[in-house]
Design a protein around this ligand. Sequence first.
Ligand SMILES: [Fe+2]
Length: 371
Amino acid sequence: MLEETRFVPYKQTAFAATETGINVTAPWLSLDVDVDDEQKIAVKRLLDRIASGVELSSDAEIQNFLAFFADYPVLHAAPRAFGSGGSIPYSSDAPELMRAKGPKQFLEALNPFPDIDIYDAFSYFPDTWEWNVDEIAAESRIAGSGTLFDPISVYTAIRARRLQFQIEQSKFAHELLENIEALRERDESRFFHLLAIVLSQQFYVTRECCSCLDPAIEHLSVISDQIRAYKEEEVHHDRLILASIRELTDQPETEFTFTPDTKLGIEVIKYAAKTCALGFSALVSIMEGTAYPASDPVGDILVKSSKPSARIGVEAHFQINKRGNHTAIPETFVRQLPPVTENTVAIATRLAEVAIRLDSGLAQSVLRDHF
Ligand SMILES: [Fe+2]
C-alpha cells in the first residue's frame, strides 16, 4: 500500500505574497487567493520556506498549505512511500506504441482512415520521440521499491510537460483566433463557415466520447467504475456543440470537416483505452482542456457576430467542463492505481506526447488550410 500523497511545487510554479493574499503562477496559470489580514504574516513566512525549497515534502505545515492548491495544475506529487502490505504492480503492454520510433510511425500503425496520409498530414511532427521517459521515471520512482513508480507522480510529471508544450504552442491558437476575429468584419459568411469547422472538431470529439469510454470500461478494469461515473457526465454533449453548429451552417452532419488531427486524436485515445489506464487518464485530461478562462474563447467571438445565439451550446458545454473541473477528473482514475512498472511509465509518456501534438496541431492545420 502507498502512503498519503505529498506535494512539491513544479519548478515552473511560483508563489508570491500580494496586497490581498497569495498569487500562484505557472506559465499556464495564474491564481489569486485572498488571505485574512491576521494570517498574512504567517503565510508570508510559509511562502519564504517554500521558496527555500528545503524538505517541503516532509514539513506538515507546508503540506497542509500546498494541499489547498492540489486541484490546480501547479504541484508535482512526490512519489509516495510504501506503507504496510504489498500490492501487485500495474503493468500495461502497448507493442505498437513501443515499437514505433516516433509519433508518426505510431500514428501510421493506428491509422484506419484510407484518405489520411500520416506522413503528409503530420510532416511537421518530429521523427523520434522527444519526451524523456527516464526523467519522468526519475521524478516518480518509489524509494526502496526497485523499479516501481508512483502513478500519481507520473501523472503530474506528464501534466507539467504537456502544459509547458501547450503554452509554447498557444501562439498558433491565438493567431487562429485573431485571424477568425478579423474575418468577422471582412467576410462574415466565411467567418461562420470557418467557425463551423472549428466547432466540428469539438463535435467529433464529443460524439466519439462513448467509442473511447466504452472500451476503457471493458479493458481497464482497475478504473472502470470511475470511468463509468465520468461517462454519465459526458454523454450527449455533442448535442450542445451541434446546436451551435446548426446556427452557423445547414450542412448535413455527413459533410462536416474533421481534421486528421482530430480523427487521429480519437484513435490514440481508443488505443489507450485498450492498453494503459495511466496513459488513458493523461489523455482524458488533455481532452478536457487546461486551466479554464471565464468563458469559451470561441463563444466569445460568436457573441459579437450577427448570430450571437450560436454561442449558447458551446458556452454551455464549456461551463460544464469548467464547473466540474473536468481536466482534473482523471486524477480520480489515477488514485485507484497501485505502483506501476517502468514500461507503463514509458507508455503513458509516449501516449501523452503524441496526443498533445495532435491536440495542438488543430490550430496549425486550420491556419494552414484556411488562411
Ligand atoms: Fe468534459
